[in-house]
Design a protein around this ligand. Structure first.
Ligand code: GDP
Length: 442
């Protein structure tokens, strides 16, 4: 999981602080020394770390903090505020032109995820009711045009291409095409190189001058840490980028890039790539990111994800069933599939405050393979058995085990788990009812 090391280290530091009723200036100093080390180890830029720690220290040793009733909490709050500021304060929207077409240009080094990101972005815009056009202007990397065409088809966005022609000509022609074909956003996927070099910059500058984009979006790979920040600096010097898209944040990245990019370049991170799939491009929320890094969870993102994936009507029906104790194994399976469609469970649980820590202990239980296994067992049951597991006798269980490649004990365990979760759900639903609110599911 991203930022795991940093998150662990910081939480250790704060646990010590929180445990104290009173803290001294010396305690703060000690804690800040550890924060500094944790940040450097997470590959955060040296200067950024230094000024961050200085800013936190200055605020934390103030009398109102040290003499407050909850000094430890106050220090954590200061770190949270400063970290949010460091990453840009609040989210930054993409600029849309009032006179279509709006033009975006994605730039970056090879392998950063530019082509994938261009397609993901077009998908998100399409979902928002826009009419995007993808433009294949990466004419050097073998198969880049084909890659964009395949992704475009996958997300249902047309791709403008002119084969290996001059990229500047392609970009110019794509705008005309967009105007005459009623496309309101043009996303130009430009060529990358292995390293920043003059030839690349000259070409990108020329395209930029020709199409005058509303956004020049630099795509960088979060996994490359400080290198990503250096690349951002170099691109920004030449091209005045308007925003950064940080990819591969779903990976095991240490956090250096996310925490340093804004401070070093002055350019905000606008979007983040959270996976290889086309739906894995999200708005970057500095406050939520800070909250995740500090182990305070990311409930807002979780709720949004849930809203995107859950069907309100279905949720209400489900709640009714739970309340009336009519919740069946079939519903259980459906819920599991909905949760699965929200993405890897590890990521979801990481968004819940306090869960990050507990996760390690229950890793075995949230194995995605296990879900498939459970799914197979439920699918081997007859509709009647799914509705009423009480009828499952020995021979039925044997049949189900055989059908799903499981052991009879596993079938037993599943039925038991289901009965227990049905009980818990009922309690939750009742609690929600008493407070006059909707139940807890989902
Ligand atoms: P380009 O050379 O910059 O156009 O890079 P590509 O778009 O071809 O991406 C390079 C690789 O990174 C591909 O395998 C992508 O699937 C992968 N990739 C891109 N974005 C993400 C992301 O957010 N998360 C993960 N895990 N992989 C990504």
């Amino acid at each position: 999981m991203a930022f795991e090391g940093l998150s662990d280290r910081l939480q250790e530091v704060f646990k010590k602080l929180r445990g104290k009723g009173k803290i001294s200036e010396e305690d703060v100093k000690l804690a800040m020394r550890e924060v500094r080390l944790a940040l450097l180890e997470a590959d955060v830029n040296y200067k950024v770390t230094k000024s961050f720690v200085a800013a936190v220290s200055e605020r934390a040793v103030g009398q109102e903090v040290l003499q407050s009733v909850t000094p430890g909490q106050q220090v954590v709050k200061i770190v949270y505020d400063e970290m949010t500021q460091l990453m840009g304060g609040s989210e930054t929207k993409l600029t849309m032109s009032s006179k279509p077409p709006t033009v975006f240009m994605t730039v970056g080094l090879q392998g950063a995820g530019k082509t994938t990101t261009a397609a993901k972005l077009s998908r998100n815009l399409l979902k928002q009711g826009r009419r995007p056009l993808l433009v294949a202007a990466d004419v050097y990397r073998p198969a880049a045009i084909k890659q964009l065409q395949v992704l475009g088809e996958q997300v249902g966005v047309p791709v403008f291409s002119m084969g290996q022609s001059n990229p500047v000509d392609i970009a110019r022609a794509s705008l005309e095409y967009a105007r005459s074909n009623n496309r309101d956003i043009v996303i130009i996927d430009t060529a990358g190189r292995l390293h920043v070099n003059e030839e690349l910059m000259a070409e990108l500058l020329q395209i930029q001058k020709t199409v005058n984009p509303h956004e020049t979006l630099l795509v960088v790979d979060a996994m490359t840490g400080q290198d990503a920040v250096n690349v951002a600096e170099a691109f920004n010097d030449q091209l005045s980028i308007t925003g950064v898209i940080l990819t591969k944040l779903d990976g095991d990245t240490r956090g250096g890039a996310a925490l340093s990019v804004k401070a070093v370049t002055g350019c905000p991170i606008k979007l983040v790539g959270m996976g290889e799939k086309m739906d894995a491009l999200e708005t970057f929320y500095p406050e939520r990111m800070a909250s995740r890094i500090l182990g305070m969870g990311d409930i807002l993102s979780l709720v949004e994800k849930a809203q995107e994936n859950f069907d309100e009507q279905k949720a209400r029906e489900m709640e009714q069933k739970i309340r009336k104790q009519e919740f069946t194994l079939e519903d259980f399976l459906e819920q599991m599939q909905q949760v699965k469609s929200m993405g890897p469970l590890q990521d979801l649980l990481g968004m819940i405050p306090g869960m990050d820590k507990q996760l390690k202990g229950i890793e075995g239980q949230i194995d995605e393979k296990e879900i498939l296994h459970v799914e197979a067992i439920i699918r081997s049951m007859t509709p009647e058995e799914r509705r009423n597991p009480a009828i499952l006798n020995g021979s039925r269980k044997k049949r189900i085990a055989r059908g799903s490649g499981a052991k009879v004990q596993e079938v037993n365990r599943l039925v038991k788990q289901f009965e227990e979760s049905r009980k818990v759900m009922k309690q939750f639903a009742d609690m929600g009812g008493k407070k006059g609110k909707r139940g807890a599911f989902p």
